[in-house]
Design a protein around this ligand. Structure first.
Ligand SMILES: [Zn+2]
Length: 121
């Protein structure tokens, strides 16, 4: 029989000084309830195989989104575009393109810097 196990506990999330979540854990109490797939309470199933409460961790900081950390080269960058960059979570992966919220232009993350993605005149 398929079943669901419902456990009471706490989630503790750890944040670094930039406000990014770096780790989370689930601390459970001993109180568990079991339900069948219709949501009805059932007795503890005899066929339960132990599963730890390890939570899926956030992806590494290099791929998780955050507000801009790397420098913005301001040559040719409009104020609306820099404002978009300051307010939009980004990954800062080489080649990432961020479209401006206000105009047709975009920024690109290249050589470790944000810069205008307009072709050079
Ligand atoms: Zn713009």
């Amino acid at each position: 029989m398929a079943f669901k196990k419902i456990t009471v506990g706490f989630v503790v999330q750890h944040f670094n000084d930039r406000g990014q979540c770096t780790f989370q854990e689930f601390i459970c109490e001993d109180i568990c309830e079991y339900e069948n797939e219709k949501g009805e309470n059932i007795d503890n199933p005899e066929n339960e195989i132990y599963q730890s409460y390890g939570m899926v961790q956030p992806s590494t900081q290099s791929t998780s989104k955050h507000l801009r950390i790397k420098p913005l080269l301001i040559g040719g960058v409009l104020r609306c575009c820099s404002s978009t960059l300051e307010s939009t979570p980004v990954e800062e992966k080489e080649g990432e393109i961020l479209s401006c919220k206000y105009c047709e232009k975009s920024l690109i993350f290249k050589n470790g810097n944000w810069q205008s993605n307009s072709p050079k005149q």
